[in-house]
Design a protein around this ligand. Structure first.
Ligand code: PMP
Ligand code: GLN
Length: 385
């Protein structure tokens, strides 16, 4: 393994899912649903396969039907208009969109600011691009993880090229507020920075939280690469259909990198994803309500077992503090948890450069059937009370 990648071994998600299989523990580690998405969307994939649509290389930028559906979605949800031909690119999941964006936009030696804890592929993507990652730590206050705007401002140097934002935020469950995003946008404009924003949980926002795309702020449309995917919104994480929207020059740059990573993403699933994006609002509302109910079951179970539970405003995840259990090392805690309680979780510390800042936090996924969540909660309650 070369020096750029030497620090990245197996992803924590693969390691923890393997541990769950080995021990038979309930897997609330890796974030994937245990029920598949809508039947009609699966049927759309089957139809495409049968009718011979997408069985050979689809067009490099993605099939027109999906690019049009992505543009229509951004317009309908956020009032953002993008030209499907020049401002939308289909990728192999959000993961490829992230890597291709970093490879296309970062020069070796450029600094990339990422919110810490950060999704693991950001660090590897920055490293592959030869960039330097500069983490700005989200800190808990008043039950949620917050961005310190002064800290963000102080992190920008003459070498900063790009801000890598994620909202709703994995693993903390924070949704950046309109005010926080407005300040990020002002800073990006003032310091002439590019922004890459990962919005794969855009449809999973709860209570009074609101998902506002950074691209919708003044001065941001033409400096922002917005990333999302079908995995989370439609419960098909195995399909790996993602997309990028942004100004033509940025999308063309990302496409230049993308064409040498995968060339194109899987054809028949693009047709199905196009149909999924056109589902009526009732689908998105029901999906959100279902996930909200799951969040509440898991959060209550974790609180009963003695964890401090942070408010999840968005995503699939509840972040907890294990110190009320008399524990302080999330790594050791998660390694022992399958034996001790029969549950698998993720230590948030893996998403930090300042590992001590993340040490006591542990993430549990709630994108599971209710009986799985109540079983896990009962196991934790028995182990810790
Ligand atoms: N970004 C975040 C924040 C994620 O949590 C995930 C996956 N869980 C991804 C990107 C990757 O998305 P995809 O599966 O579409 O590649
Ligand atoms: N994004 C998922 C999570 O945070 C994992 C995806 C993966 O395994 N790469 O759990």
């Amino acid at each position: 393994l070369n020096r750029r990648l030497a620090e990245f071994g197996t992803t924590v998600f693969a390691e923890m899912s393997a541990l769950a299989l080995r021990t038979g523990a309930v897997n609330l580690g890796q974030g994937f649903p245990d029920t598949d998405g809508p039947e009609e969307v699966r049927e759309a994939a089957v139809r495409a396969l049968r009718d011979g649509r997408g069985n050979q290389y689809p067009p490099g930028p993605g099939i027109p039907e999906l690019r049009t559906a992505v543009a229509a979605h951004q317009e309908r949800r956020y009032g953002l208009s993008f030209d499907p031909d020049t401002e939308v690119l289909v990728t192999a999941g959000a993961t490829e969109a992230i890597a291709a964006s970093l490879l296309a936009l970062v020069e070796p030696g450029d600094e990339v600011i990422a919110l810490e804890p950060y999704y693991d592929s950001y660090a590897a993507g920055i490293a592959m691009a030869g960039g330097t990652r500069v983490p700005v730590t989200l800190r808990p206050a008043g039950g949620r993880f917050r961005l310190d705007l002064d800290e963000l401002r102080d992190a920008v140097t003459d070498r900063t090229r790009l801000l890598l934002i994620n909202t709703p935020h994995n693993p903390t469950g924070t949704v950046l507020t309109r005010e926080e995003l407005a300040s990020i946008a002002e800073l990006a404009v003032e310091r002439d920075l590019l922004v890459v924003t990962d919005e794969v949980y855009e449809h999973l926002v709860f209570d009074d939280a609101e998902h506002v795309p950074p691209a919708s702020f003044p001065g941001m449309r033409d400096r922002t690469v917005t990333i999302s995917s079908a995995g989370k919104t439609f419960s098909f994480t195995g399909w790996k259909v993602g997309w990028v929207t942004g100004a033509p020059a940025l999308v063309a740059a990302v496409r230049s990198a993308k064409q040498y990573l995968t060339y194109v993403a899987s054809g028949p699933f693009q047709y199905a994803a196009a149909e999924a994006l056109a589902l009526p609002d009732s689908y998105f509302e029901a999906f959100r309500a279902d996930m909200l109910a799951k969040r509440d079951v898991l959060a209550a179970g974790l609180a009963d077992a003695g964890f401090e539970v942070f408010r999840t405003a968005g995503t699939y995840f509840v972040t907890t503090d294990i110190r009320p259990l008399g524990e302080s090392d999330g790594f050791a805690f998660c390694r022992a948890l399958p034996e001790r309680a029969g549950v698998v979780a993720i230590p948030n510390a893996v998403f930090y450069d300042h590992r001590e800042a993340g040490a006591p936090y542990v993430r549990f996924a709630f994108c599971k059937r209710t009986e799985v969540l109540t079983d896990a909660a009962e196991r934790l309650r028995r182990a810790f009370t």
